[in-house]
Design a protein around this ligand. Structure first.
Ligand code: AMP
Length: 403
């Protein structure tokens, strides 16, 4: 049993860092996935007979209030999620109008077993993002156990995500259930991956994914590269890529990555063909083009049928699969087939026994769009945090607890 599951919270006041940075439009929460993801942790603490002090950030109030005069602090307040959160848990959530200060201190001190308190957006204080030890210490007084369940911010050494842990001894700081699941799944991929291990890396720019590819070259047997970033590789190999996305300052680096892969015996799979368009629009004229010979004036916006078939074969042969980044501009229907085919192949490989992890913003949107989220082994809630994990970096939020 995990440390969290076996921990007895009865009589404890748990200070729980969650990631409630949910999209809100016109006062309405448009996607409550992150709130729902934290519920099992909150419910277990209450079930045990403990109480919960929740803390989270929302947006970037200090920066945005400075830049956009039409916004007010109310546009960043966590008070906007209190009602929805209360409904989801079935317990009225008490709210403090301040993250630290008299109101927070009084309400935290008065909190009874079975009750939940939510602190106002931590990022109203610059000390939060600065990782200020004094601010962290003030927060730490609101509970006697610290639980970090915010994987999405685990790559930040902020006051509430990492520094605060210094105020608790090892027996009173732990991951929540979401964080445990995220770390387990990611570690399974990095340290215990069964081979063949295929990493599927897509998305717009190579520059965003260089570090992750470099680190995966040490571990994967196969790396599939799709999306806009594949054209920098195609050009680096002497191809004509028309108007496709390209980072000309990364051509040498792309060549170097291909050489390193060869030396290490890692198979790099680049798309053989593309669905090319005469403009960046859903209504564009399209044609299938060889990836090394995309006509001038045309741009590759999705992988083509040969690439789909080749990538599918690699995926179906894999025992471990990591997927980050779409194969094309899947937001437009005309260019979604490549990403859909990959999503279906990952689902099929998982049914056949592979362990698959999908993570990082757009790939999660893709698995949701194509209805396969429950057909892969794990869908991560972490964007930047997940990428940094696979880049091989130590995440401060993990290190602060897993000493
Ligand atoms: P990323 O955030 O780096 O994972 O990139 C995701 C974005 O890349 C999505 O919005 C896609 O529309 C975009 N994208 C994928 N393939 C292409 C392509 N061939 N050309 C331009 N944009 C692309």
């Amino acid at each position: 049993m995990s440390k969290f599951s076996s921990f007895d919270f009865s009589g404890k006041k748990a200070l729980v860092r969650v990631d409630f940075n949910v999209p809100i439009k016109d006062g309405k929460i448009t996607d409550d996935t992150r709130i729902k993801a934290a519920l099992p942790t909150i419910k277990k603490i209450l079930r045990d007979g403990g109480s919960v002090v929740l803390m989270s950030h929302w947006g970037r109030p200090i920066k945005d209030l400075e830049k956009k005069p039409e916004l007010t602090p109310a546009d960043f307040s966590l008070s906007r999620i209190v009602q929805h959160l209360s409904q989801l848990i079935g317990v009225p959530v008490i709210f403090t109008e301040d993250s630290i200060g008299e109101d927070a201190a009084n309400k935290a001190a008065a909190l009874q077993k079975g009750q939940i308190l939510l602190l106002e957006n931590l990022r109203f204080y610059k000390e939060e993002e600065k990782g200020d030890a004094g601010f962290a210490e003030k927060l730490s007084k609101y509970g006697n156990v610290y639980v970090n369940d915010a994987f999405g911010t685990a790559h930040r050494a902020h006051a509430s995500t990492a520094i605060i842990a210094n105020n608790f001894d090892n027996s009173s700081k732990l991951f929540g259930l979401l964080m445990e699941a995220e770390v387990d799944a990611a570690q399974k991929i990095l340290s215990q991956s069964e081979r063949p291990f295929t990493a599927i890396i897509g998305g717009a720019k190579v520059s965003d994914k260089i570090l992750i590819i470099e680190n995966l070259l040490e571990r994967a047997t196969d790396i599939i590269i799709g999306g806009g970033m594949a054209y920098t590789f195609a050009k680096a190999m002497g191809g004509n890529i028309g108007q496709s996305l390209c980072e000309d300052d990364k051509l040498d680096m792309a060549r170097a990555l291909l050489e390193t892969a060869k030396a290490k015996g890692v198979n790099i799979h680049l798309p053989e063909d593309s669905l090319a368009a005469d403009r960046f629009a859903n209504e564009a004229q399209t044609q299938i083009a060889d990836n090394k010979n995309i006509p001038d004036g045309w741009m590759g916006l999705d992988i083509g049928p040969k690439a789909q078939a080749a990538f599918k074969a690699v995926i179906l042969n894999s025992k471990t699969i990591l997927w980050n980044g779409p194969m094309g501009v899947f937001e437009m229907e005309t260019f979604q087939a490549g990403t859909k085919a990959i999503a279906e192949a990952v689902a099929e490989a998982t049914v056949n026994g592979a362990f698959s992890l999908v993570g990082g913003g757009d790939s999660v949107a893709a698995v949701n769009k194509f209805g396969i989220a429950d057909k892969v082994s794990y869908v991560s809630t972490g964007g930047g945090a997940l990428l940094e994990f696979f880049e091989g970096k130590v995440l401060p939020g993990i290190a602060a607890i897993a000493e």
